[in-house]
Design a protein around this ligand. Structure first.
Ligand SMILES: Cc1ncc(COP(=O)(O)O)c(C=O)c1O
Length: 334
């Protein structure tokens, strides 16, 4: 065993982290790109077979490319084990069913094959992206009856973000666009992320790190690639799925953590005013984990520093990851 098992290197076990990696490429992505973990090469598998990372793999007529007709999952592997891979695959399959998207049966095998290859190449702490599209199409929106889905697994080293985003928190701009909770694909992780791209560009223009969406009824929904939690009058609140949010795997893990605690908590709609009045808030996502949100629309949120509940949850999340992923380390060959 070569790694320090007392603490996963990218997990905030024991308080605000000294060194945490994150890779949503939404905050500090310039630094992340510069500091991309050296050494282990990315691993790409296409339709269950290893592929040269830099070679073209997909048809130019693939509907994932032409119509964003597909779904994806972005997962985190710690010490060679994906945190709650089963939840990610269940979410993708549920989305595919809602969306009428055929999904290959062998997703687990594809994921295992790519992850195994990554481990053999020394890539144990990784961002693992699984993309499934409806495959090659014909002009127009209707799928070709013979279309076979395309599945790509890409395993990348985890970029390292400025540790200040965890120690000091980040800022958010309120997007001028809205999350449409009544859209047919609301809450699904489809390939269509251009709203997020546009909102993030707007946020950067406004000098903020990330953008926060409201839904069409002006409730707080989610950030460009994270769910949100806020402390409202002593209760930890996260918007319900009816506000158009993605059912985040990290969101669910935080709800698991607080379910066993004395902290009052609820899934309930919140207004922007309530978020401004919150004593603290944080964002959750698989790759970036738990990030304190300390400024909103140019105003400090709470006292403008990561709050005590946020810090406790960062610690508890790190411990959860440690228990669920690092204990598998010996089973994963080195
Ligand atoms: C729009 C959106 N909301 C929330 C999340 C967080 O989901 P998870 O915790 O499953 O990573 C993501 C993740 O990328 C996202 O894209």
């Amino acid at each position: 065993m070569t790694a320090d098992r007392t603490r996963a290197p990218n997990v905030p076990v024991g308080g605000p982290p000294r060194e945490i990696a994150a890779a949503d490429a939404h905050v500090g992505d310039a630094q992340a790109a510069d500091a991309h973990t050296a050494g282990a090469a990315p691993v790409v598998w296409v339709n269950g077979r290893p592929a040269d990372t830099h070679a073209p793999h997909l048809s130019a007529l693939d509907r994932g490319f032409t119509l964003a007709d597909g779904l994806f999952e972005t997962m985190r592997a710690y010490d060679g084990t994906i945190f709650r891979a089963d939840r990610h695959l269940a979410r993708l399959r549920a989305g595919a069913a809602a969306f009428g998207l055929p999904v290959p049966d062998a997703l687990e095998t594809m994921l295992d094959g790519a992850l195994d290859a990554a481990r053999r190449g020394g890539l144990r702490d990784a961002v693992v992206r699984l993309t499934v599209s409806r495959g090659v199409g014909v002009p127009g929106v209707a799928p070709a009856p013979t279309a076979e889905p395309t599945a790509v697994v890409a395993v990348h080293p985890v970029p390292r973000f400025d540790p200040a985003i965890y120690a000091r928190g980040i800022s958010a701009h309120v997007a001028t666009g809205r999350r449409n909770e009544r859209a047919q694909t609301a809450g699904l992780k489809t390939l269509a992320y251009t709203d997020a791209v546009a909102a993030l560009a707007e946020a950067r223009q406004a000098g903020a790190d990330d953008a926060l969406f409201l839904d069409t009824e002006e409730h707080v929904s989610e950030a460009t690639s994270s769910n949100i939690f806020l402390m409202r009058r002593g209760t930890l609140v996260t918007p319900p799925l009816s506000c158009g949010v993605l059912p985040g795997v990290t969101r669910a893990a935080v709800l698991d953590i607080v379910a066993g605690s004395l902290l009052p908590h609820e899934e309930s709609a919140a207004t922007l005013d309530e978020l401004h009045d919150a004593s603290e808030a944080f964002l959750t996502s698989s790759v970036r984990e738990i990030v304190p949100l300390v400024r909103l629309a140019g105003r400090p949120l709470g006292d403008g520093t990561p709050g005590p509940v946020t810090q406790r949850i960062m610690t508890a999340y790190g411990e959860l990851v440690f228990r669920e992923c690092w204990r598998h380390g010996d089973a994963n060959e080195r």
